[in-house]
Design a protein around this ligand. Sequence first.
Ligand code: RET
Length: 271
Amino acid sequence: METLSLGQYDLIFNAFSFGFATLAAATLFFWLGIGQVKQEYKLALIVTGLVTFIAAYHYFRIGQSWVDAYTLVDGVHVPTEKVFNSAYRYVDWLLTVPLLLVELILVMSLSRSETVSRATSLGLAALLMVALGYPGEVSDSLGVRWVFGQLSMVPFLWIIYQLYKGLGDAIESQPESARGLVRLARNVTVGSWCFYPVVYFAGAIGLEGATATVIVEVGYTIADIIAKAGFGVIIFLIALRKSEDPQNDKTLTVPAGEGPKDKNTKTVPAE
Ligand SMILES: *C/C=C(C)/C=C/C=C(C)/C=C/C1=C(C)CCCC1(C)C
C-alpha cells in the first residue's frame, strides 16, 4: 500500500460510499417490484435483489476496511498496519457472479431441465473463474499473477462463448416484446465483465502506485454497479414486459359471461 493524496483517498472512499448506496437502493427497488411481475418471474427478481444485497453488504465492509487502512499525517493519507482487505471483492464475486448468470437464465423461461443444466454449468464455470483469479490477485509476483490470470481466462472465455452460442438460439426465440432487452442483458453482461480482466492485467504488466490504486478501486466499483444494479434493472424490465405481454400468456381468458361464475376459475389452461 502506498501514500495517497487527500483527493485520491477521498475519490476512492466516495466511490465505495456511492457503490453501497446504489446497490442498497437497487435491492429495495427489485424486491419491492416483485409484486408487479407474474409468478414465474418472481424468483428472477428475488435473485436479482440478493445479488445487489450481497454486494451492498460487501461495499459497506470494504468502506470500513478502507477507513482503517489509512491515517492522515501531515496532509497525506499514510497506510496503517491494518492492510486494506481485498478478499471482500473476491468473496463477493464468488457469490454474486454465478447468481448473475442464474438471473439471466431464469428470466428467459427455458424448460426446467434446460434451466437447471445451463445454470449449473455456467455457475460452476463462474466459480472456477473467480477462484482461479484470487491467488494471482493477492500475489506479489508478476509471474504468479500472469499464470492464474490466464487460467482464469479459460472459464471466462467459455462463459462468453456460451452466452452467444449456447444461449443464442434461446435468446432469438424469446417473445418479440422482450427479445431486444434479453439481447441487451446478455451484451451488458459481456461488456461489463470484460472490464475485470482488463483491470487485473493492468496489475500484471506492472502498473502500480497511487494512480493504479485509484484506477483499480474506482474501476471495479463502476463495473460492479453496471454489472449488478444496471443489469438488474434490465432483468426487471424483461420480467415486467413478459408479464404484461398477452402473447406470452400461457392461459386463455374466457370471454366475460361465458366462463364459470367463480372469479378464481376465470382462466383455463391453453392446452
Ligand atoms: C459483480 C461482479 C462481477 C460481475 C465480477 C466479474 C468478474 C470477472 C469477470 C473476473 C474475471 C477475471 C478474469 C477473466 C481473469 C483475471 C482474474 C479475474 C478474476 C479478474
